[in-house]
Design a protein around this ligand. Structure first.
Ligand code: NAD
Length: 335
């Protein structure tokens, strides 16, 4: 089938081309993101292939349908950037890559924790200037600390295993409890009971109407003073303004974020020659206890391989009319 691949980066093309060598789909790569200004590029294609910062809202979907698109294939697990109801209404199927490497994201959450805690980023810069002082680099043992995990699906479960392995007490909150994790020692708690006892909270739930700004001023007020918050889920799980207030007051001791509410204007782009226009992230980056990575958690060789493989298989299954468990349906959207 003929596919318009949006937001293409040079590093992912070899993975897609290799997987497509036998499948034989006609892939046309666009560096542009999909939005109302670029949707005309998809005219005459059977499918569009999207990444996390492409926008497929109702208006864009109406134009995609009018141009002949029958499939939106996401090379991501999250689907919050697609209006699923609008796609269903227009008869467009939405497929995704539900799991490519939960470990990639879970391990990156650990990397954020370890860097914020043991300040290896600061030590690296310090010793390169022949400064071998350890002043202000003190961390804390993770062993024995209480880690709160919000969302214990594929990534959250992998993260729980890592933290249990380190010797942490793991408490969790999810709308569905995972019995296998409970047998390994994870205790499920209501959010209001988890927040005051967790030394570290890590977010692994999807962005839905129910989880939008899950971390607002009220949630920050309930946090254990000085706690660490890690977000590798989606930016809008956190009210960024409330996070800044909590950092200023000291209630929030550390913030590690791989995702950001307004990331579509920044992440995956080299803006090093531009003037920063986003005052919110500029403020965030002035805190010495904040670590921002640019939606990097998924970015491993194994994950890219799996994303390409499943995405190409999705095209083939759709073309052949095969049922696929990778379809995103209206029932997936939590209210
Ligand atoms: P998953 O569907 O396997 O798990 C999500 C879990 O969240 C489920 O157990 C679900 O019951 C739970 N959940 C849903 N609503 C909830 C709520 N209101 N409160 C608490 N828990 C709730 O998904 P996954 O593969 O583990 O991925 C989780 C999220 O991670 C994705 O939705 C995506 O947004 C994000 N993600 C980020 C990256 C990255 O590179 N930073 C990569 C992949 C996925």
């Amino acid at each position: 089938m003929k596919v318009a691949v949006f937001s293409t980066k040079a590093y992912e093309r070899p993975y897609f081309d290799e997987c497509n060598a036998t499948a034989g789909h006609q892939l046309v790569y666009f560096e542009a993101s999909l939005n109302s200004d670029t949707v005309n590029l998809a005219q005459g294609f059977d499918a569009v292939c999207l990444f996390v910062n492409d926008t497929a809202n109702a208006a864009v979907i109406t134009q995609l349908a009018a141009g002949g698109v029958r499939l939106i294939d996401l090379r991501s697990a999250g689907f919050n950037h697609v209006d699923i109801a609008a796609a269903v209404a227009k008869g467009i199927t939405v497929l995704r890559v539900p799991a490519y490497s939960p470990q990639a994201v879970a391990e990156h959450a650990l990397a954020l924790i370890m860097t914020l805690n043991r300040k290896t980023n600061k030590a690296y810069n310090r010793v390169r200037e022949n400064n071998f002082s350890v002043d202000n680099l003190m961390g804390f043992n993770l062993y024995g600390k209480t880690v709160g995990v919000i969302g214990t699906g594929k990534i959250g479960a992998a993260f729980c295993q890592i933290m249990l392995g380190i010797g942490c007490q793991v408490v969790a909150h999810d709308i569905v409890e995972n019995a296998a994790l409970q047998t390994k020692g994870v205790t499920y708690l209501p959010l209001e009971e988890l927040l005051p006892i967790a030394d570290i909270v890590s977010l692994h739930c999807p962005l839905t109407p129910a989880t939008y700004h899950l971390f607002n001023a009220k949630a920050f007020a309930a946090l254990k003073p000085g706690a660490m918050l890690i977000n590798t889920g989606r930016g809008a799980l956190i009210d960024t303004g409330a996070a800044i207030s909590a950092l200023k007051s000291g209630r929030l001791g550390y913030l590690g974020m791989d995702v950001y509410e307004q990331e579509e204007n920044l992440f995956f782009k080299d803006l090093s020659a531009s003037i920063m226009q986003d005052d919110t992230i500029a403020r965030l980056m002035t805190f010495n206890n904040v670590l921002v990575t640019p939606h990097l958690a998924f970015f491993t060789h194994e994950a890219l391989n799996e994303i390409a493989h499943t995405t190409i298989q999705n095209f083939t299954d759709f073309e052949n009319g095969h049922f696929t468990a990778n379809e995103v349906k209206l029932s997936h959207i939590a209210k």
